[in-house]
Design a protein around this ligand. Structure first.
Ligand SMILES: Cc1cc2nc3c(=O)[nH]c(=O)nc-3n(C[C@H](O)[C@H](O)[C@H](O)COP(=O)(O)OP(=O)(O)OC[C@H]3O[C@@H](n4cnc5c(N)ncnc54)[C@H](O)[C@@H]3O)c2cc1C
Length: 176
């Protein structure tokens, strides 16, 4: 399928999705290097992210997730298919003694939020420049702490857009 055809189909199937064609990816990475994405999409809700994943899966279009770009080197030739940028999913809230954060939230902001709420556990993350999604994906850590130490559960989308709730197993660092 050509890019123009994919854009037309995306507009029909997910009309509220923000779609950019041939977006320069360098500004989104810490190294400020790299080429363009064929298609760059910015879902503003989890539902739109799920629909985007389902669309890419159904049409066999490669999809790459971009967090805060602090652990990515993008090649000059860019990225084929869809790059999904999740920056808009950045809500952070408190529920009892837990913090619930969207995958697009900066882990530094979540650490600062926990501090402001007098909740301990995320001190180690105060200098890690990634998103929550990237931190979970990479199991980010510093100063002897890591995400798997403090993660309780995660709501995730599969490659086909299915929503799953995963709880951490008692074994350190594993979720099931
Ligand atoms: C100055 C500097 C200091 C750093 N210090 C530390 C440190 O102390 N400790 C540490 O662990 N790391 C550190 N890092 C590395 C980096 O910040 C972490 O690895 C961080 O977790 C990457 O998150 P990101 O959102 O930037 O991911 P990106 O760089 O955008 O992506 C990295 C990978 O995660 C995937 N990904 C991102 N978001 C999602 C998502 N929502 N769902 C699924 N996959 C996703 C991407 O597809 C990609 O494969 C540092 C980096 C820099 C530049």
């Amino acid at each position: 399928m050509y890019i123009t055809q994919i854009v037309e189909q995306l507009k029909q199937e997910i009309p509220t999705l923000i779609v950019k064609v041939e977006e320069d990816l360098a500004p989104y990475t810490f190294t400020k290097t790299g080429g363009k994405a064929d298609l760059f999409v910015m879902p503003t809700s989890h539902n739109l992210a799920a629909k985007t994943l389902a669309f890419a899966y159904a049409n066999q279009i490669p999809l790459t997730i971009l967090g805060n770009g602090s652990n990515l080197i993008i090649k000059d030739g860019g990225i084929r298919g869809i790059v999904m940028y999740l920056d808009a999913l950045h809500a952070i809230k408190r529920e009892g003694t837990k913090v619930i954060a969207g995958c697009g939230a900066k882990i530094i902001d979540v650490s600062r939020f926990a501090l402001a709420e007098s909740l301990s556990g995320l001190e180690f993350a105060c200098g890690i420049p990634g998103s929550v999604g990237g931190a979970l994906y990479m199991n980010a850590g510093a100063y002897g702490g890591e995400i798997s130490d403090v993660l309780i559960e995660a709501t995730v989308l599969t490659v086909s857009g299915e929503l799953l709730h995963l709880k951490k197993r008692s074994t350190r660092g594993k979720i099931s």
